[in-house]
Design a protein around this ligand. Structure first.
Ligand SMILES: Cc1cc2nc3c(=O)[nH]c(=O)nc-3n(C[C@H](O)[C@H](O)[C@H](O)COP(=O)(O)O)c2cc1C
Length: 335
C-alpha cells in the first residue's frame, strides 16, 4: 500500500517511515507544514514529550474503544480529518470528490466518521458534501471562515446532505489564497461565531482552537465540539503542538463541550496520550492520504483499524478499560 501510494503521490508526499514533516518542510501547497515546518514538527514533539506508564498486574482484560459522538456510537475515538486541495497538494492522480469519497467511505467501514473540508474552488466543498450525502450523512463538513452569508449557504448544503455535524476551521482565517480567488476569509468575532452556530440545529464544531480562553468563547457561543489543532502546522509556523496546549484547554472546558484534538497522531499510543491529556477523540490527517492513494477507501479503513488495534494494546498495557475514562496518570512528561 505504501509503495503504491508513493508512486501515486508523485513526490508531493514521500511516504516517509514516520510522517513528521521534516522532508516536506515548507511545502504548502504540498503536504508539509508552513514556513520551516516547525509547527508541524511541534505536534509530533509535543506527543513525544509524554511517556506512557506501563501497568500489567491488574484486572483490565479487555479494552472498550467505543464512544458516543454527535448522537452516534463510534467504534473508536479516531476520526478522519478534513483535507482539501487534493489536486494541488497531492499531485492530481486522484480528484477532490473521489478523495472525499475514499475518506468518508473508509471511515464508515471502520465504524467511525470522516471530515470533509472547504477551499477556494467551490467544487471542493461540494464534492465532500456529496460524499457525506452518499453515506447517509456519516461525516462532518468543515467550512472555511468565509463571510457570514457564504458560511450559512454551505451550512445549508451540509444540512441537506444530512451531515452529522458541521463546523468552521477558524484557523483558516489567514489564507490569502482564498482572497486572491475572490473568496475572502477572516477571523470571526464572538458575535459572528454565535450567529453561525445559532443558524443551524446541527452540532457545530469549532476547529483550530489553541488557547483556553478561545475554547471558552467557543463553548459560550454554543459549540458542540472544539478541535484543538494548529491545522497540521499549515497555517502559522512556530505555533505549539496540540498536545502542549491540550491540558490547559481541557482544564477550562472539559465536560462543557466535546474536545477533539489533532496534529501528529500516528499510532494508537498517540491517540491514548491525547485522551489522557483531555481529548474525547482525535483526528488523523496525512497518514490517511497514504491510505487513500495506496488503497482507496479500504486503505483508509485499514489504517484506522490498525490504529485502533494499537490503541487497544496500549490500553491493556496501561490498565485503561474504556476510552471514555482515561486516567491522566497514565502519561508523564519526559524528564
Ligand atoms: C493537504 C491538507 C489539506 C487540509 N485541508 C484542510 C481543510 O480543508 N479544512 C480543515 O479544517 N483542515 C484541513 N487540513 C488540516 C487537517 O484537518 C488536520 O488538522 C491536520 O492535517 C492534522 O494533522 P496531521 O496531518 O499531522 O494528522 C488539511 C491538512 C492537509 C495535510
Amino acid at each position: 500500500m505504501r509503495k503504491t501510494a508513493r508512486e501515486a503521490l508523485k513526490g508531493f508526499c514521500r511516504v516517509c517511515p514516520v510522517c513528521d514533516g521534516r522532508v516536506c518542510a515548507g511545502e504548502v501547497p504540498g503536504m508539509g507544514g508552513a514556513g520551516e515546518g516547525s509547527a508541524f514538527g511541534a505536534n509530533l514533539e509535543a506527543l513525544r514529550r509524554y511517556r506512557l506508564t506501563m501497568r500489567t498486574i491488574h484486572g483490565v482484560k479487555s479494552a472498550d474503544t467505543t464512544l458516543s459522538l454527535f448522537g452516534r456510537t463510534l467504534s473508536m475515538p479516531i476520526l478522519a480529518a478534513p483535507m482539501t486541495g487534493v489536486v494541488y497538494n497531492m499531485g492530481g492522480k486522484i480528484g477532490e470528490a473521489a478523495f472525499s469519497e475514499m475518506i468518508i467511505a473508509g471511515a464508515e467501514a471502520a465504524g467511525t466518521l470522516g471530515g470533509i473540508g472547504d477551499g477556494a474552488d467551490p467544487a471542493m466543498y461540494e464534492g465532500g458534501v456529496a460524499a457525506i450525502s452518499a453515506h447517509n450523512g456519516l461525516g462532518a463538513a468543515f467550512i472555511k471562515p468565509r463571510e457570514q452569508a457564504a458560511v450559512v449557504e454551505r451550512i445549508r448544503l451540509a444540512e441537506q446532505a444530512k451531515a452529522l455535524a458541521v463546523g468552521v476551521d477558524v484557523d483558516g482565517a489567514g489564507l490569502v489564497t482564498m482572497a486572491l480567488k475572490g473568496q475572502p476569509v477572516g477571523p470571526k468575532t464572538f458575535a459572528e461565531l454565535k450567529e453561525l452556530i445559532g443558524s443551524t440545529s446541527l452540532p457545530f464544531i469549532v476547529k483550530g482552537i489553541m488557547t483556553p480562553d478561545e475554547a471558552e468563547l467557543a463553548v459560550n457561543a454554543g459549540a458542540a465540539a472544539i478541535v484543538v489543532s494548529n491545522h497540521g502546522g499549515r497555517v502559522l509556523d512556530h505555533t505549539p503542538g496540540a498536545a502542549e496546549v491540550l491540558p490547559g484547554i481541557a482544564a477550562a472546558v472539559r465536560g462543557k463541550t466535546a474536545i477533539l484534538a489533532d496534529g501528529g497522531v500516528r499510532t494508537g499510543a498517540d491517540v491514548l496520550k491525547l485522551l489522557a491529556l483531555g481529548a474525547d477523540a482525535v483526528l488523523v490527517g496525512r497518514p490517511l492520504v497514504v491510505g487513500a492513494f495506496g488503497g482507496g477507501a479500504k486503505g483508509v479503513a485499514f489504517l484506522l483499524n490498525k490504529m485502533r488495534g494499537e490503541l487497544v494494546s496500549a490500553m491493556l498495557l496501561t490498565g485503561t478499560a474504556s476510552v471514555r475514562e482515561v486516567s491522566r496518570d497514565i502519561v508523564s512528561p519526559r524528564p
